[in-house]
Design a protein around this ligand. Sequence first.
Ligand SMILES: Cc1ncc(COP(=O)(O)O)c(C=O)c1O
Length: 387
Amino acid sequence: MAIRRAMSGRIMDRTAVVGARYMSSWWRSVQPAPKDPILGVTEAFLADQSADKVNVGVGAYRDDNGKPVVLECVREAERRIAGNLNMEYLPMGGSVKMVEETLKLAYGENSELIKEKRIAAVQALSGTGACRLFADFQKRFCPDSQIYIPVPTWANHHNIWRDAQVPQKTYHYYHPESKGLDFAAMIDDIKAKGHFAFFDMAYQGFASGDPEKDAKAIRIFLEDGHHIGIAQSYAKNMGLYGQRVGCLSVLCEDEKQAVAVKSQLQQLARPMYSNPPVHGALIVSTILSDPDLKKQWLKEVKVMADRIIGMRTALRGNLEKLGSPLSWQHITNQIGMFCYSGLTPEQVDRLTNEFHIYMTRNGRISMAGVTTGNVEYLANAIHEVTK
Ligand SMILES: Cc1ncc(COP(=O)(O)O)c(C=O)c1O
């Protein structure tokens, strides 16, 4: 391959393997990219030598000893797969079996929409890849549309739709005083305007401990007759973070439209990564298509969610025990892996600098990083910086 560029008024051709004489001039204008706000927190945490350090930045589940977890159902699926797997490419749309099982989790085990084949769905590179594929699809087939993103959101949503060149707007979601949902303002922003609703469901099961219950919002939208899209991920609820296994689905008017949409999603994937990875998809389809393994998975999701719910109670309880005059009810009122603590960027900086506690500057605490061993320390530090 050759790269070509204009230089001093004339066009120069160079092969990709250029001579050392020219090397320095090619990328001279490239400046270091700004640090990712979430991954940057982990980098800073790793560099900290303190024995007290606590990482509540990244949204990755840890056990009560602060260690990463591989689920037993995943271990068992791997044992069953071992030696049985060839390394052939998956089709462009990914594992059909994995996608089938994944749709059931979101749309319902006995969904009529699935039976009617109205859902265009492809395997995606985890939740991020599913969002990006959808953003590219949106740009290609609805080029004048915009994306409305809640405030706050996962910071990468902004990058994803920016790189897909979809204009962004925001809608109200969080109420800073109540530290809960600002329902009135949200409804005001998104009043009946014929929106297409897109769900980024990266934590199904982590809210209640039951993936079926956590799909409630989606089911309500479906009952109300909306056409929706969903990004699903197995990073958190199956602990398959690095396997990059997920699914993008788009609900269509009929089977014919679904076939067309799926073919276009595949067309978008082809020049990007051609086809998705096989191993994680096989783990997921092995677990979800075996009733015993699925039962085991559901049990393990509940254990993870319950530990987080328990840590919410413990963090709030410790803050109240310390005599904090502030209300910490929102810690137990909020659900899921994260807690929007209400801490200011300056208070977060103090937590980091004085107590070696790492989180994003918007005060978002990943409850998955809180343990029996560090919850008192964390509560004490939060109490100190909010006095
Ligand atoms: C809200 C949200 N969506 C999507 C993702 C994507 O995760 P992954 O690409 O690992 O599935 C994350 C990960 O932190 C997230 O917090």
